[in-house]
Design a binder for this molecule. Structure first.
Ligand code: ZN
Length: 441
């Protein structure tokens, strides 16, 4: 007798019925004296890691593989065994933004674009965060991002707020959640937790300085261990206090630009270490925030190198997280409409050659559906060489920032519980999948 596996679509059978159904069938096997190799009823998870790579289309994953390894190479992303397609529409739009996309995964509901953790801008509360469900079972919880931690994706897990752009107010609400929803939050965005207006490189809008000063006061009184320097975070002895680490003024710089040593992989690794120290199961939500920003700018080099950073994180998790950790990796939406054109695209073409033109047909290998690549360059602009980190590829529809696009997205998973994930699911099902695992462990 092999593994007892019952796969039912998440959206067609209510949770309690699924569980009863599962136990009835397992009971049937036991009554017949069939040896039970594995059941959903007795597994114990060490933890769950949900990774969201913002704005990362399947076309971008393929392009990254071709660029870095060649078409027959294998990314860590390729080594996950469970896969699904994910529908991503929001409560207001066929094409979601990151706020509604993250709210679907964090709360199990469809929200209006731009709204965090609640259904509409006027909602007075939101449903429980997946972090709350983990906390209610005594788990440790953490959130990591290489965007500002006030950005839409991490924020929808941490707070309820009417407008994703009010970063100063979102930071204030995040500070209320330490020890409640989150034990550790690592990422960018220190300008929202302290007044950095003396730094000429850091800009605020009207009224934000007064708010971030209040945030700094609240943070100092909160008992949260706060770090704005990675080395100080690494060398600090971690006690029982919740931890906030914000290591750049806002989002991290692009890895391709060479001004950033700190990697998403390192933050995820340290967060896992911190969460495991409590000797309890843990839930970690981590965002690779920069593929989306690079795609908005039609910048394939930056997008590809950020996906390689994501992949380094997946490789670390696969090697170090242990067999009893459910790892779910997905994206919230596609961004920019990246297309890899061909043929002819000679099979062994790799690296920066893919960022420019095909030498035979003289068409670009990579084009975008919308974005700044469609704008004619200003007459006095310095030409940017193909393959240079600043170079964009051509786009069809002129936009200062590329559109998100509405195609279904991918999900890959591994570890206990991943065997039930397959087929065409909804982004709100990701919440239900994780909630079920938390409830059963
Ligand atoms: Zn975006």
């Amino acid at each position: 007798m092999g593994v007892v596996k019952i796969d039912l679509p998440m959206t067609t059978l209510a949770q309690p019925f699924r569980r009863v159904f599962t136990y009835l069938i397992l009971g049937g096997f036991l009554a017949l004296g069939t040896p039970l190799v594995h059941s959903e009823a007795n597994k114990k998870l060490d933890g769950i890691v949900l990774i969201i790579s913002d704005g990362t289309s399947l076309e971008l994953i393929t392009t990254t593989r071709d660029y870095a390894l060649g078409a027959d190479g294998r990314l860590a992303w390729d080594k996950f065994s469970a896969t699904a397609f994910v529908r991503t529409y929001s409560a207001s739009d066929l094409v979601t933004d990151s706020a509604a996309g993250a709210t679907a995964m964090a709360r199990g509901i469809k929200a209006i674009n731009g709204v965090l953790g609640q259904e509409t801008p006027d909602s007075t509360s939101g449903p429980a965060s997946i972090l709350d469900l983990a906390k209610a079972k005594g788990w440790s919880t953490g959130v990591v991002s290489d965007d500002s931690v006030t950005g839409a994706t991490p924020a929808a897990f941490l707070v309820e707020h009417r407008n994703r752009s009010q970063y100063d107010l979102i930071a204030d609400k995040i500070l209320d959640q330490f020890g409640k929803r989150a034990d550790i939050v690592l990422g960018g965005g220190y300008k929202w937790f302290s007044d950095r207006s003396a730094d000429p490189a850091i800009k605020y809008k009207d009224g934000q300085v007064a708010q971030v000063q209040k945030n700094a006061e609240k943070r100092e009184k909160s008992g949260v261990a706060y770090f704005d320097d990675w080395n100080a975070f690494l060398s600090a002895k971690k006690g029982d206090k919740p931890v906030l680490g914000a290591f750049f003024p806002d989002a991290f710089p692009y890895y391709a630009d060479g001004t950033r040593a700190l990697r998403l992989r390192d933050m995820v690794g340290e967060a896992v270490k911190f969460l495991k120290a409590g000797d309890k199961p843990y839930l970690l939500v981590a965002e690779a925030g920069l593929p989306d920003k690079a795609c908005h700018a039609n910048n394939a080099k930056r997008a590809i190198t950020e996906v390689l950073e994501l992949d380094a994180t997946l490789d670390w998790l696969k090697t170090n997280a242990g067999p009893n950790v459910l790892i779910i990796v997905t994206t919230d939406h596609n961004t920019g409409g990246l297309i890899f054109n061909g043929p002819p695209a000679p099979l062994r073409t790799k690296g920066d050659a893919l960022l420019g033109k095909n030498p035979v047909s003289e068409h670009p290998y990579l084009t975008w559906a919308s974005g700044p690549g469609a704008n004619p360059p200003k007459p006095d602009a310095t030409p940017v060489a193909e393959g240079h980190v600043e170079a964009t590829q051509p786009a069809l529809l002129p936009r200062g920032s590329a559109f998100h696009t509405g195609g279904d997205v991918w999900l890959v998973a591994d570890g206990p519980g991943s065997e039930t994930i397959h087929g065409s699911i909804d982004n709100t099902d990701i919440y239900r999948i994780i909630a079920k695992e938390i409830a059963e462990n």
